[in-house]
Design a protein around this ligand. Structure first.
Ligand SMILES: Cc1cn([C@H]2C[C@H](O)[C@@H](COP(=O)(O)OP(=O)(O)O[C@H]3O[C@@H](C)C(=O)[C@@H](O)[C@H]3O)O2)c(=O)[nH]c1=O
Length: 181
C-alpha cells in the first residue's frame, strides 16, 4: 500500500498494490504492520457497506461527538464518488478546511480519516457502493453533522446535489459558537 498525505494533517490517500495475473488481480486492503507507518494502531470494530442508486446524491457531512470520535477508512467498490473530509479539530492549523478526492471501483483508492473529521461524499455514477471501516461503534445519539453546502466550508461539489436525506438537510450551519471537536 502507498500512503500519501493529504492537505489535512494525519489524513491519507491509500493506494493499493495490485498483483495482476491471467486470472485478474489481488490486493491487500488492510495490514496492521503497514498501517503502523501512519501511526494507526486502533482496531476496526465495525465495517459498513452502502449502496447509492442515483448519480449526484450527497450523503454527509457526518461525525460522532466526543468521546465517541472515530477513525474511518472508506473505499468505493462500485461506480465512483467524490469523497470529502472536513477538519473539525479545534487546535488544527487546517481547522474548517476540506479535502476531496475521487474514489472509484476503477482506482481502488481509499481515504483514511482520523478522529475529528466530518465525512461525506457525492456519487459520480449511478449504483455506487462504499465500504467503511470504523474504529468506534455506531452510536445514534452522538451523531452530528455539517451541512454539505455550509458556506463557511464552501465545498465545490462536482455535480448538482440530488437526493440529500432529510437528516442531512437539517444539520445546523456553522456559526461563531462552533469551536470544533
Ligand atoms: C451509519 C449507520 C447507520 N445505521 C442505520 C441508521 C439508519 O436507519 C440507516 C441509514 O443511516 P444514515 O442515514 O445515517 O446513513 P448515511 O447517511 O449513509 O450515513 C453514513 O454517511 C457517511 C457519509 C458516513 O461517513 C457514514 O459513517 C455514515 O454516517 O442505517 C446503522 O444501523 N448503523 C450505522 O453505522
Amino acid at each position: 500500500m502507498t500512503f500519501t498525505s493529504t492537505s489535512l494533517q494525519a489524513s491519507f490517500v491509500v493506494d493499493l498494490n495490485v498483483f495482476k495475473d491471467d486470472r485478474g488481480w489481488f490486493a491487500r486492503t488492510y495490514c496492521k504492520d503497514e498501517f503502523a507507518q501512519i501511526g494507526h494502531d486502533a482496531e476496526w470494530v465495525q465495517m459498513n457497506h452502502s449502496f447509492t442508486s442515483k448519480k449526484g446524491t450527497i450523503r454527509g457531512m457526518h461525525f460522532q461527538l466526543p468521546p465517541f470520535e472515530e477513525i474511518k477508512m472508506v473505499r468505493c467498490i462500485s461506480g465512483a464518488v467524490y469523497d470529502v473530509i472536513i477538519d473539525l479539530r479545534k487546535d488544527s492549523a487546517t481547522f474548517l478546511q476540506y479535502f476531496g478526492t475521487e474514489l472509484s471501483a476503477g482506482n481502488r483508492r481509499m481515504l483514511y480519516i482520523p478522529k475529528g473529521f466530518a465525512h461525506g461524499f457525492q456519487t459520480l455514477s449511478d449504483d455506487a457502493e462504499l465500504i467503511y471501516h470504523h474504529s468506534q461503534f455506531y452510536k445514534p445519539g452522538v451523531e452530528s453533522g455539517i451541512r454539505y453546502d455550509d458556506p463557511v466550508i464552501g465545498i465545490q461539489w462536482p455535480l448538482q446535489a440530488v437526493n440529500v436525506s432529510e437528516r442531512d438537510l437539517n444539520h445546523s450551519l456553522i456559526d461563531n459558537n462552533f469551536k470544533g471537536i
